[in-house]
Design a protein around this ligand. Structure first.
Ligand code: ZN
Length: 155
């Protein structure tokens, strides 16, 4: 499993160093801010919808490597998804990072794709909120009415 862990660590470091979709979004339909006081992570997620499809999703803000990489990978994963698919992915992701640390790789939901790099987070309870912050924030954005600015805290 060491090789896989190395690969996961590299992916997280890469997304922390060169976060994808880390920018402002002009004319965003939905937006929400998230804050994780345990670690000091701050993230603002903005998105554009085309009907019920996530057309664009970006994030701003700064935090630890886990929160930044998680937000980056999330934006990649959510683009082009329907709202129903996006919510289902959130549930799966949340289930994985809060899951049983003794689960082996093969027990992790393969449909999570690259998001599986966070499967080891469940071993570090203090980091779970870092990994889920952007996801809670995008849920708040999706649940908000158009043009409202929601703020969520993981506390
Ligand atoms: Zn953090």
């Amino acid at each position: 499993m060491a090789d896989l862990e190395d690969l996961y660590r590299e992916t997280i470091l890469d997304h922390n160093k060169r976060p994808r979709n880390h920018r402002k979004l002009e004319g965003a339909h939905r937006s929400a801010k998230g804050f994780n006081p345990l670690c000091g992570d701050r993230v603002t997620v903005s998105l554009k919808l085309d009907g019920d499809v996530v057309q664009e999703v970006v994030f701003e803000g700064s935090g630890c490597a886990i929160s930044t990489a998680s937000a980056s990978l999330m934006t990649v994963a959510l683009k082009g998804k329907t709202l129903t698919e996006a919510r289902a992915l959130f549930e799966k992701f949340h289930g994985m990072v809060t899951g049983d640390p003794t689960d082996t790789e093969s027990e992790v939901d393969q449909s999570l794709g690259k998001l599986r790099v966070f499967s080891g987070v469940c071993e570090f309870p203090a980091r779970i909120k870092c990994a889920t912050l952007a996801w809670h924030t995008v849920q708040a954005a999706l649940n908000s009415a158009d043009h409202e600015n929601e703020t969520v805290s993981t506390e």
